[in-house]
Design a protein. Structure first.
Length: 103
């Protein structure tokens, strides 16, 4: 399975890289929000350094600092991309498992 082919992969892979390098970016916070599910799916997601607030709040605040009027819409769009990636990853893994049991 090629992760780069999944919808939203560029954002998720960038977030994982940002976490590895200690960068607190919107992509890193998004990956932190989905970290449990991504780890369950087998991705190596680094632990984020604790910052006090939940990553959902941190992401919204980061987006609001850049453009307060668009923060809510951008936040929702990022969450939808995360969910899209997670669902596509689940389907891809199920497809691989399904093919393995057929052979």
């Amino acid at each position: 399975m090629e992760l780069g082919q999944l919808p939203g992969s560029e954002l998720i892979l960038a977030g994982i890289d940002d976490l590895r390098h200690g960068r607190l970016t919107s992509a890193a916070l998004l990956v932190t929000i989905g970290a449990d599910r991504l780890r369950t799916a087998g991705l190596d997601v680094p632990m984020a350094a604790p910052h006090g607030e939940p990553p959902e709040h941190q992401l919204h605040e980061l987006l609001a600092a850049d453009d307060p009027d668009a923060a809510h819409g951008r936040y929702n769009a990022l969450i939808r991309r995360l969910v899209s990636f997670e669902r596509a990853l689940d389907r891809a893994q199920a497809s691989v498992v399904g093919r393995a049991t057929l052979t």
